[in-house]
Design a protein around this ligand. Structure first.
Ligand code: ADP
Length: 572
């Protein structure tokens, strides 16, 4: 703030201006003397007024005063004190002038200078209401009181200004803090809502999951006990078996989803990236999609755009996980579409390949577009009652795509349809590193005739299953219940062509048994680990431990025979 104070003298009488200036100038003269004494005696003189320095302006009429007050305000050097005459003909009188000044600038201190009392104190107070900003001084002026009044009032004005500024600062601080608090409250509210939503989703997940697991279990248990009925027709039997089979697959899918989501949460999801030919990956899915659509008995057409299955584009990806994403999107598209089409295609943009799966289904409302990517998030609880699902598929897909360096999003219109897009980084890959899977027909089993397989398996039911399956294909199989028995059997008989070794077994587990067998015998048949399907990374460990190969449990028959051909057919 300017340390100088600005004063205005408003009087139609010029000599009053000079009188006031002269009185106030005495002080300036004193200040000069003080400075001189300081120089002479080299000692600092304490003067209370030394910091006050006045700029004094003149106005001779009320209107002129009003103008000067405005100008000073615009110059950011406002008046702190005005000496105001009362009668200033022909213009407005001092009282009116003060009124109008205070309308705009209520903080200016006023001293009314009057030769005789035009208005009494009471009259004036009545006009202005009670105020401490107004003083009377009678002409002729007493120099000391005029000076004192000037210093006190300008200091009072200054304190008032500082106070005002401080208040403004406090207000802005309070505003700032209030805004911060509001933000914090909003953040807390969102957190609270999220926590409540997550609780709600978790409990609805539990009840959904319990329903999801119990339904196929009920079908498996129910239809398998019905199979025991002796007088069932052949058609009925095969119908029941297909129910059991489908329910088993559903159950497996749910278990895989739960394991995947747990791995994602534990940040243990690993990808197995390799150079792949896109159409080979998609080719495998095409049959599955067509079969799914046929099974759904819905009037849905599968449309494949941009030769998605013919183009030999190569990408670097985890083929299993890519299939999983496609599978999930198409599965949902079928689930949520009653008629129309499901279209698959892709576009290439810069370094990205953007796939899409477009359906003509029920659509997803705007407010649900984010929720469905969250774990257990489903767009419509009511719809869920009619459609199967855990609410995990999209959460898993989103995570898989992001780990592979891509993005997933959607466009949708209610009752028109939904398009899911996902992008993946796309690199051109040279031909020589393409690993194309060899397709072996599972039906060419003649080369497997009379082969002997040792099955190390503690669960009798699993052995019975293998035994039934192998005898259909004329393969001989023997059963041992644990690793120790496998070791003993291979020491006493050396004509096995292959060993299927379970990992978890009592007495001696599969890993220890395999290692001991390999230590004891220079030449052993291939030893294949049977591993839990979901734990893909463990499979790699088994190879590192010394197994020749691995097969996922539950066993997929096609995979099993591809594996048997690989190890047992000389032509492979
Ligand atoms: P699930 O299908 O097992 O419920 P997802 O995570 O795969 O779990 O999907 C979450 C939800 O997203 C679904 O329950 C459904 O409400 C909605 N959704 C997904 N795909 C579609 C689609 N193509 N059309 C309409 N709604 C969909």
């Amino acid at each position: 703030m300017n340390s100088r104070k600005r004063l205005l003298i408003v009087d139609d009488n010029k000599s009053i201006h000079e009188d006031i200036k002269k009185i106030l100038a005495i002080n300036l003269v004193n200040l000069e003397i003080d400075k001189f004494e300081e120089l002479l005696f080299d000692e600092k003189k304490e003067t209370k007024t030394s910091s006050i320095d006045f700029v004094i302006d003149d106005a001779y009429q009320g209107e002129e005063a009003l103008q000067k007050v405005e100008d000073a305000f615009k110059e950011s050097f406002p008046y702190s004190l005005i000496f105001m005459d009362v009668r200033m003909p022909p213009g407005i009188d001092g009282i009116k002038t003060i009124h109008r000044i205070w309308d705009q600038h209520p903080n200016i201190e006023m001293v009314i200078c009057t030769a005789y009392s035009d208005y009494s104190w009471d009259e004036i107070m009545e006009k202005f209401g009670f105020t401490d900003q107004l003083l009377f001084i009678k002409k002729p002026f007493d120099a000391i009181s005029l000076k004192q009044i000037t210093y006190s009032l300008t200091t009072k004005w200054e304190i008032g200004q500082k106070n005002k500024e401080y208040m403004a600062y406090l207000e802005s601080e309070v505003e700032k803090r209030t805004a911060e608090l509001k933000k914090l409250l909003e953040y807390m509210r969102i957190l609270k809502e999220k926590a409540e939503e997550s609780d709600r989703l978790k409990s609805s997940f539990l009840s959904n999951m319990s329903h999801e697991i119990r339904s196929p279990m009920t079908a498996i248990l129910g239809f398998s006990s019905l199979l025991e009925e002796t007088d069932l027709s052949k058609e009925k039997k095969s119908q029941f078996i297909s129910y059991i089979n489908n329910s088993g697959l559903n159950l497996l899918q749910i278990i895989n989803d739960i394991i995947d989501i747990s791995k994602i949460e534990a940040q243990q999801l690993k990808l197995y990236m390799s150079a792949c030919q896109l159409n080979l990956i998609l080719l495998e899915l095409k049959d599955v999609f067509e079969q799914q659509i046929a099974l759904s008995k819905k009037n849905i057409q599968l449309i494949l755009k941009n030769d998605v299955f013919e183009n030999k584009l190569k990408i670097y990806t985890d083929p299993l996980r890519l299939k999983q994403v496609f599978f999930n999107l198409v599965d949902n598209a079928i689930k949520f579409t009653s008629k129309g089409s499901i279209e698959l295609g892709y576009a290439i943009e810069n370094e990205l390949i953007i796939f899409y799966v477009k359906d003509t289904g029920i659509g997803i409302s705007n407010d649900k577009k984010d929720i469905i990517f969250e774990r257990f998030g489903q767009a419509d609880d009511l719809f869920f009652k009619n459609a199967k699902g855990t609410g995990l598929g999209l959460a898993i897909s989103k995570n898989l795509i992001e780990v592979m360096g891509g993005h997933i999003w959607l466009e949708s219109e209610l009752n028109v349809g939904t398009t899911f897009y996902f992008s993946l980084p796309y690199q051109l890959i040279s031909e020589d590193i393409i690993i194309e899977p060899k397709i072996v027909s599972p039906n060419s089993e003649s080369s497997l005739n009379n082969k002997r397989i040792l099955i190390a398996e503690d669960e009798e039911i699993n052995f019975v299953y293998f035994n039934e399956l192998f005898s259909l294909k004329k393969i001989q199989s023997d059963w041992v219940k644990n690793g120790q028995e496998a070791l003993d059997k291979l020491s006493s008989e050396n004509n096995y062509d292959l060993v299927l070794m379970d990992i978890k077994m009592p007495v001696m587990d599969g890993v220890e048994a395999m290692q001991k067998i390999k230590q004891l015998h220079r030449k052993t048949p291939p030893i294949i680990a049977q591993t839990a399907f979901a734990l893909i990374e463990e499979k790699e460990n088994y190879l590192a431990l010394g197994f020749d190969d691995y097969i996922s449990k539950p066993i997929n028959i096609d995979e099993l025979f591809i594996l048997l051909h690989k190890w047992l057919s000389p032509s492979y």
